[in-house]
Design a binder for this molecule. Structure first.
Ligand code: GUN
Length: 284
């Protein structure tokens, strides 16, 4: 029987500490501000954006939402980003992904000022992460690291397997585990003998985007299992990439969905926004 890692509880603690910090920043005249841009009406993106705005309110971060219609051109979107880059009220800019197909996501991300890139998606920030000298960490991988730390288990020397190689999660996740001296394997859709590789993992991070993809036979007895997935099962119920019911009896620690990684992504975004405000006000 495993211990459930309560991401919600860990995130509440982070947000409470941030609320105290933001109150004191405001007293010294610094009011952290986040702009969130959403294009089109992807229902999942709408939920994420609402949660981000709610977290800002709880902590005392000023936020602006730009909800643009699905036909918005790339040029219009980049113009908005460039306007926000020089807006003093705004310390962090987040463009919710995915964007509609006619927009080049990379062109938009690279238009964000690296100083306001609270997602850490800009190539300059990605490069900083690669060499281990960074200001901002990408929200989901950073949240995962905090959850691993909350178990008291050391990453150093552990076999860490990441399933998924996206720029948002898989690649930076591997890098953060590597920075803590994990022995890291990245698996993806072309990986051969996947189950054999994952079964050797002391720490397994699933970021595949497929409901209940990780089954009990793919998990080592006593592993720490982190589920980044957010899917719907055959009954339309929210579920992760891990078959939670089957895997929970094998893992030492496991994150639930919902209530695991999701809240931590938002907590890290809030942290990054506060940090961005401090850097832009020469306080860090
Ligand atoms: N879409 C899914 N995850 C993320 C994220 O962490 N940041 C942004 N901007 N979009 C996302």
């Amino acid at each position: 029987m495993s211990q459930i890692i309560d991401g919600k509880a860990v995130s509440v603690k982070i947000k409470n500490d941030l609320a105290v910090e933001v109150a004191s920043l405001r007293e010294s005249g610094v009011k952290p501000g986040l702009a969130v841009i959403i294009v089109g009406n992807n229902p999942a993106s709408r939920v994420y954006v609402n949660n981000k705005k709610k977290a800002c309110e709880e902590i005392g971060i000023y936020s602006e939402e730009y909800a643009l219609n699905a036909e918005t051109s790339q040029e219009e979107l980049i113009n908005l980003v460039e306007h926000l880059n020089v807006d003093d009220k705004i310390n962090g800019i987040l463009v919710q992904l995915p964007l509609p197909e006619h927009i080049d996501e990379n062109a938009v991300i690279q238009a964000i000022s690296p100083l306001k890139d609270v997602d850490a998606f800009h190539v300059q920030n990605v490069g900083h992460i690669m060499i281990g000298d960074f200001e901002f960490l990408p929200c989901t991988p950073s949240g995962v690291m905090e959850l691993i730390h909350s178990t008291g288990i050391e990453v150093e020397g552990k076999n860490c397997v990441v399933i998924g190689r996206s720029n948002i999660v898989g690649k930076p996740m591997a890098m953060l585990l590597l920075h803590e001296n994990g022995t890291v394997t990245i698996c993806h859709s072309r990986t051969k003998n996947l189950a054999q590789i994952t079964a050797g993992a002391d720490i397994l991070v699933a970021a595949v985007g497929r409901a209940k993809f990780v089954t009990a036979d793919m998990v080592k007895e006593g592993a720490v299992v982190i589920d980044v997935g957010m899917n719907r099962d055959e009954n339309g119920k929210l579920c992760g990439d891990v078959d939670f019911e089957a895997v929970k009896d094998k893992a030492s620690f496991i994150t639930p969905v919902p209530g695991g990684v999701g809240p931590m992504t938002i907590a890290t975004l809030m942290k990054n926004t506060v940090k961005a405000a401090k850097i832009q006000n020469h306080m860090e």
